[in-house]
Design a protein around this ligand. Structure first.
Ligand code: SF4
Length: 344
């Protein structure tokens, strides 16, 4: 089983257009949203990001397969030597989109649980059935795939079902992402449709998520890799460099990817450090407005100091909390701390 933190990654939110409008959408995407990145500027940016040491381009949205130039962007990313990942709701995958699928190294299909739960959260009575058809297309394309599941208070008892579903469908990875109360999930607090009221996860739920995942990993062994987007407090205490940008890199002239991982490109072109929902005052550039090396210089001179202070302060609090639960959703904590502090 693997916890949070991965390769040096550019997270690209291609668009906010989506055929669905899920209760828990972190980016408040939906059918009426038109925001999307200009493909020529994105392709140039990916080249500059590769020069800064980023090795992975992870695409999401919105629904990435509704981005008109997805295949062209993936072709360019492949030519640059970037590993290419995407997260999709699976409902718009058809054989006509197999060209883009074939250019990916890995695709993750989002599943919220059994059919009734999935359809309720996805706010569509046919979302589960269409997602299953999408999985058929992924299998025919022959590329490795995973199932991405947003863990809620309600879905925790169904994690064994999720693991079995993933294996039955032929997935290699089950990624468990604890629900963060940002985007539409935050706006849904107190609402009834989508049933997310009170869904924010406390330390006990996170610990149960981790331990359930550990037990499932022991059961499934090499048939399924289970990845949990949580940190173990003890690991963080020993390795602050995992979450404090640039920690241990005061000397020399590190690449941007040595200091900042992940680098987030939002659908409006704004560049955000680490997470999608950090405060606007931490955004440090705009795709296409100027070359990345220039943006990176300004980031080092301005935003990096505030970002390090924010992350280091939170890290100190988290590791000092000896009585706290041992597993934590670092990125949700960070966003929750950053949003009011860097609101404008
Ligand atoms: S969570 Fe994914 S599928 Fe649902 S509205 Fe947001 S982008 Fe679309």
């Amino acid at each position: 089983m693997v916890g949070a933190i991965a390769s040096k990654t550019v997270q690209v939110h291609l668009n906010r257009r989506c055929n669905l409008a899920c209760a828990h959408c972190y980016s408040a995407s939906g059918p009426r949203e038109t925001e999307e990145l200009p493909a020529p500027a994105l392709i140039r940016f990916l080249g500059e990001a590769a020069n800064e040491g980023y090795g992975v381009a992870a695409f999401s949205g919105g629904e990435p397969f509704l981005y008109p130039d997805f295949a062209a962007v993936l072709e360019a990313a492949k030519a640059l030597g970037l590993r290419r990942l995407a997260v999709t709701n699976g409902t718009v995958l058809t054989d006509g989109r197999a060209a883009a699928l074939g250019l990916l190294d890995l695709v993750a299909v989002s599943v919220d649980g059994r059919e009734a739960v999935h359809n309720r959260i996805r706010r569509s009575p046919t979302a589960f059935a269409r997602m299953l058809k999408g999985l058929d297309v992924v299998r025919r394309a022959g590329l490795p795939f995973g199932i991405a599941h947003t863990v809620t208070r309600d879905s925790l008892p169904d994690l064994p079902w999720m693991a079995e579903f993933a294996v039955e469908q032929g997935a290699r990875i089950l990624q468990l992402h604890p629900l963060g109360m940002v985007g539409a999930a935050k706006d849904m607090e107190g609402a009834t449709e989508g049933n997310l009221e009170g869904a924010g996860l406390d330390g006990e739920i996170l610990a149960r998520t981790w331990l359930t995942a550990l037990a499932l990993q022991a059961d499934y062994g090499e048939r399924l890799t289970i990845h949990v987007d949580l940190f173990n407090r003890a690991t963080l205490a020993a390795r602050p460099e995992l979450v404090v940008p640039g920690d241990g890199l005061e000397e020399g002239n590190p690449l941007l990817s040595d200091i900042l991982n992940p680098l987030v490109v939002m659908a409006n072109g704004d560049l955000s450090p680490i997470c999608h929902a950090m405060g606007p005052a931490l955004r440090f550039g705009r795709l296409g407005a100027e070359p990345l090396p220039q943006i990176a210089r300004r980031f080092r001179a301005t935003v990096l100091g505030d970002l390090r202070a924010l992350c280091h302060g939170l890290w100190e609090e988290v590791v000092a909390d000896d009585d706290g639960w041992p597993y934590l959703n670092w990125y949700e904590l960070l966003e929750t701390r950053a949003q009011p502090q860097f609101a404008s």
